[in-house]
Unconditional design. Sequence first.
Length: 828
Amino acid sequence: KTQNKNIEDYFTSSKPGSGLDLSKEEIKKSFLEKLFYGLGRIPTVATDNDYYSALALAVRDWVFRQYVRSLEEYAEQDSRGVAYLSAEYLPGPHLGNNLLNLSITKTTREALADLDLDLDKILEQEVEPGLGNGGLGRLASCYLDSMATLGVPSIGYGIRYEFGIFNQTLKDGWQAEVTDKWLHYGNPWEVVRPEIAFEVKFGGYTEHKYDSNNKLQVNWIPDSEIRGTAYDTPILGYRSNGIIMRLWSAEAIESFDFAAYNMGDYYRAVEKKMRSENITKVLYPNDENLSGKELRLKQQYFFVSCSLQDIIRLHLLQGRELENFHEKFNIQLNDTHPSIAVAELMRILVDIHQMEWDEAWHVTRHTFAYTNHTLLPEALEKWSVNLLGRLLPRHLEIIYEINSRFLNELRKQNFSTEQISRMSLIDDRGEPSIRMAHLATVGSHKVNGVSALHSRLLKSMVLQDFAELWPEKFTNVTNGVAHRRFLALSNPGLADLITRKIGKEWLTDLSALRNLEKFADDKSFQEEWRNIKFKNKERLTALIEERTGVKLDPSMLFDIHVKRIHEYKRQHLKVLHILSLYLRLKNGKGKDISPTSFIFGGKAAPGYFMAKRIIKLITAVADLINNDPEVNKKLKVVFLPNFSVKLAQQVYPAADLSEQISMAGKEASGTGNMKFSLNGALTIGTLDGANVEIREEVGEKNFFLFGLTTEEVQETKKAGYHPYRIYEQNNDLREVMDFLISGKLSKGDKELFRPIYDNLLQQDPYLLLKDYQSYIEAMDEVHKTWKDQNEWAKRSILNVINMGKFSSDRSISDYCEDIWKVETVKVV
Ligand code: CR1
């Protein structure tokens, strides 16, 4: 740290000015200066990407202004802070959101128009950072947005994957993956901090020695070391604070392979360097399914270790003691991906800072809180003891020590052997492995699920024993979404109408939308509402035609199912419904069907056989229906490839119907469900995840409910489920199922969809056949309601105005009050 009195005086006397509400002239001047002198481009050679980069650089300056002002405020208040640890983020494009939050969208548009440039075209240039798989990563980004807006002193830590989630293309109707080179054109939003870099060790062995005071000293002698360097992206809240998303990138430590250099083995030395840089090369594309790969564990430990070293550096920099670390910092574990942090903090406190075990454990347990995001058994992280011991020998010892103390406690409290073995951090049935959810639970002071239902199931199923032991540790925080991005930015037409009627309060308090209640029955308001939806559908229609060649008719019902492809989410139930409509039309029984466009989107994990086959099934059904003049006036089907945040921003505003049809008990929360409703789609859904709460808020009448409840699902399975019997008894269903293997979807190939057919008739683990009839009936109700356009508009309005609860601002307030105990500090 350099002390420079002159600079300090300048900084304190000039006080960084606000970055908000800039004038057209200021924007124009900064933009041109960035173009000429920031990028060194002259008008004759400047490309659209140069214009985008120049504007982004100018905007970044203003965002940093807000960030610097926030830092000053936080320092002054000496506030308690939050570190959010997440292996995934999906921020979406930054530029539009930052303009919105600086309140300069309109002025920027005008400034650019003066220069004969089009803001929309420039916005289109941005390649989004796809550093996550789905809901979990997007939730992390919504939370950063709200933490900034509310003024929570916070920092988001993660991994700077060089290649994010793959780009999805279609080849002959099958998903094909293409690497995501998101950094190819540079990234104007980030600032590298070569001096914020930490070394992370791997492998080797430990030495145990007693020092002169007879205190045990453990020394870890690793066999490799890697450096993590910080890349900072400022995240701006709405007319408010800025915070930092700090992502770590792996680099080799040059000096480490001296031996090879000295032997003249230059190539081997460089090769080793390349290998260690692999750690942050690529995001694992599995959503709720584990790869169990060594490199994945390395990624987790790498980013956790860098982050903890950084947080401790910040703590000590302020002249504080580690004994009260937990009073200054909360560390939120976004799922178990960063849960090795529990062992790492213990190691840092005990081995490096010589703290006594009990005190270190007190600090650790009061520092961490853990959010669980899934009950799916295949997604609950477990690391083989063997692998973890090889990569992190000291951490394995620490985990054993935590476990033995914990199990002793249980024994003292007369827990049964059976319960003790269920609760152990080590699963030693079969190949011994570490249960990361148990480590996170034992090492945290709070554990939360992500919707009321999910938190209840978490307590009664996956973590039941722990909930009985520590009832006060368990809590719920229902997920929320950044309504500024997903309404104000994505749906400017609707946002405008709302603001004209009730002012801007809703931007910072979503529950203010209730003030629109008096318009729900107003015919002219409904008409305006419908016109906006229609325009959004036209916009999406154009995009879909450009991307897929399929032309939809925006006057049709837009029935949309977008999310990761997973059997539990039941995209194939939607397909069965579509085929049932197709067959009805073919049999001349389709007069009640409302003309519908079915839109699907979502990526499948590259190694997930069934999910990939479901995509092929959707595209096959699309080909059949779209090319059949007997039905294609009434039905259209399209699979929109490469669903992303950027695409999502065009999709949600254009939806009439939101498909949230997972088998009850499987979708922890869902957040797409909230984004749809927020944009005026009605939902057809099961009582799963946050659907339950959405239905409560918008009213039963304004939600199309179907299917078994979680309890009924459990009973059905317990009683012995036989899907074949349902198939035998339901003629329509049988016709639909048999169509799958008729060859009509696959140029005569009867085997193509047999794996799906067989799976459903023999196991049907997600009870599609059981819920089929109920779904069909609810969909018939949808089609009936759609015929009354005023009624539909009214229900759409009632959805939007009751979305207050589902802003991520509310979620973050809940975290602040219930878990973090932090006060917010705002700069504006
Ligand atoms: C859940 O499946 C939830 C998000 C965010 C997902 C989804 O229902 O909305 O988390 N879980 O909480 C997940 O990705 C690894 O687990």
